[in-house]
Design a binder for this molecule. Structure first.
Ligand SMILES: Nc1ncnc2c1ncn2[C@@H]1O[C@H](COP(=O)(O)OP(=O)(O)OP(=O)(O)O)[C@@H](O)[C@H]1O
Ligand SMILES: [Mg+2]
Length: 288
């Protein structure tokens, strides 16, 4: 322990390299939405959420529909301000937009009037990169996501899976340190989801960004992530469990699901999640 004066003995305890600050940290976060009428009590979507994603970590967030998964990503992106608690990014309190984050939204966000190449290049162009260079880098990214021959097409001329690839290239070209992904493969068929999952893991393994990946699909969460957290059904949803995924990397999404360790972990997490999913559906029905 350090001496009372905190000098010599304290100094000797400082490790050679201090651990890096987590990429993102939500501390006691509550997000509430005000009612439509002035006197209506605000709706608390999430409450008392403590969640950390380390630099280089792939975190999956799973929870029933309407529990607040997108809300948490929005708070991490700086699009929503917590009414209680705070968000830190690499140790610094977040004020305004999170410039370290790239966000792949739940809904598709491609410009229909721009070609695929233009859609991918636009983030760089807005950031001031010269058009020719931005377009060249966009084409390189399109090749990386397997769409090298599709740059001149418009989004409506692509399949759903191809559009998701464009979305991925559009976000990764900005080289964000934190990747926020909101059910990015949700609308795709099972086979295409697996292909996209493997593509994502391949790209992620190149420089291991911090990832917050939201999904309904527990199989997908375990297959992709280093850690899975689950949320309770709302309102005032919280994190109710956390599991490390020790499966070796590199992983193949289809193969990893056949492993006994995968099944054991799935059973364990599902037993905690099942009840919340049922509650979530009941609430959605009740609200309809
Ligand atoms: N702008 C808003 N105003 C009022 N309520 C909102 C707003 N945005 C979200 N909510 C409510 O907050 C709760 C959480 O919404 P959120 O979109 O984060 O859920 P989710 O877990 O992402 O759901 P899903 O899995 O269906 O995408 C829901 O009850 C939703 O109706
Ligand atoms: Mg959502």
């Amino acid at each position: 322990m350090a001496g009372l004066d905190g000098t010599a003995s304290a100094r000797s305890e400082i490790p050679a390299s201090l651990p890096a600050a987590p990429a993102a940290q939500l501390e006691g976060v509550r997000i509430s939405f005000s009612g439509r009428q002035a006197k209506e009590t605000p709706f608390i979507a999430v409450d008392s959420v403590d969640l950390t994603v380390a630099d280089g970590e792939f975190l999956a967030i799973v929870g029933p529909t309407g529990c607040g998964k997108s809300t948490l990503l929005n708070a991490t992106a700086g699009l929503l301000i917590p009414s209680v608690g705070r968000v830190r990014v690499f140790g610094q309190p977040l004020a305004g937009l999170n410039r370290q984050a790239g966000y792949l939204f739940q809904a598709e966000a491609l410009f229909p009037w721009k070609t695929v190449e233009e859609n991918v290049a636009i983030g760089l162009e807005v950031a001031g990169v010269a058009t020719a260079e931005a377009r060249a880098r966009a084409m390189a990214w399109l090749k990386r996501v397997g769409l090298g021959a599709f740059g001149a097409r418009y989004p409506h001329m692509l399949s759903g899976g191809q559009r998701k690839r464009v979305g991925l290239a559009q976000v990764l070209i900005r080289d964000p340190k934190i990747l926020l992904m909101d059910e990015p493969f949700g609308p795709l068929d099972a086979q295409t989801r697996q292909i996209m999952g493997n593509l994502l893991l391949d790209l992620w393994s190149l420089d291991r960004k911090a990832v917050m990946f939201v999904t309904h699909d527990l199989d997908e969460a375990i297959a992709l992530a280093d850690r899975v957290v689950i949320m309770s059904a709302g309102p005032a949803s919280r994190i109710i469990g956390e599991w490390r995924v020790g499966l070796a990397r590199p992983r193949d999404i289809a193969e990893v699901r056949l492993l006994p360790e995968f099944h054991a972990l799935h059973r364990e997490i599902w037993s905690a999640l099942r009840e919340e999913v049922a509650k979530g559906y009941l609430q959605t029905e009740g609200a309809a």
